[in-house]
Write a protein that binds this ligand. Sequence first.
Ligand SMILES: Nc1nc2c(ncn2[C@@H]2O[C@H](COP(=O)(O)OP(=O)(O)OP(=O)(O)O)[C@@H](O)[C@H]2O)c(=O)[nH]1
Ligand SMILES: [Mg+2]
Length: 328
Amino acid sequence: MNGRRLSIQETINRILSGDLSTLARTITLVESQKSEDKMFVNELIGKILPYTGNSFRIGFTGIPGAGKSSFIEYFGKDLCESGKKVAVLAIDPSSPVTGGSILGDSTRMTELLHHPLAFIRPSASNGTIGGVHANTYETILLCEAAGFDYTLIETVGIGQSEGNIREHVDCMVLLTLARGGDDLQGIKRGILELVDFVIINKCDGELIELSKYTASLMKQTMKLVSSPTPNWKQVVMPTSTESGLGMSEFLQKTNLFLELMNINSYHFDLRGQQNRKWFHRSVKDRVIRSFFNNENVKTKLMECEEEFMNKGIDMQDAVVKIIHSFNE
Ligand SMILES: Nc1nc2c(ncn2[C@@H]2O[C@H](COP(=O)(O)OP(=O)(O)OP(=O)(O)O)[C@@H](O)[C@H]2O)c(=O)[nH]1
Ligand SMILES: [Mg+2]
């Protein structure tokens, strides 16, 4: 933060009042590796927890270039035009740390970027675990405290990322492209079981027919795939952000999904499960950090490493010695 750091309470007050520059600076602290920043953020998140959980969290995944950013921009603008506040978190494991394509994402979302109801936060790839930033969950919570109605999260599909992002969101959208029947087999069933929507994107120009054909094949496939969301049958549809095909239908379907979540206690239960998982991840993370930052552990680790390399100790004995050193 520039100059004097705000107190935790002042930061919370500003976030709750929807102050976006404080939100952005706090997300930077969330992503920081400094222990003083981590302590500040941990206390802050604990205090804002009662003000979180209210956004509709949607994860978008798909191969690089499937059109995720363009889709989010189109959908996000539709939401903003209906008066909704939209936060977009773009996580891009395919780009280098300072990320050419992260800049690309921001520029691709230029219209949404300038919308007064939108907030776009690209995250560098360092710190990602399977395509999800280690601190994505905390960032979602901060956006919710700042009053966003929708949190849209973009991540590149790299196999494992879908499972990780699924733990954070209410609804998951897979964007794919027109392909022949044989290629369809290449989409892993494990991924299909995690998604609520399968979008055959770029259904325009020369690809209209093949996209529609792909959508019909995919519908057949999805009949056999169980849905991750109770009482929801996965939707398969072709779309194009160039022509606008399917985009208003997508908006309607997501509204239906949201209604369904609110009718029964699903939303409430899901938030409980998500917070519980986050609690476990956070505890694990902090235990690991405090263990490896312990001076005795650092020394013993180096000693054992030498012994191990010189074949003076086996792995199991080394582990026992290192664990014991923590309490010495
Ligand atoms: N024809 C057509 N092109 C599209 C459509 N949507 C996106 N594109 C183009 O496809 C390219 C990739 O789009 P992006 O929105 O950046 O795709 P992405 O999935 O976010 O890409 P990464 O973030 O790099 O993984 C761009 O050149 C877009 O202009 C569409 O509906 N139709
Ligand atoms: Mg993108």
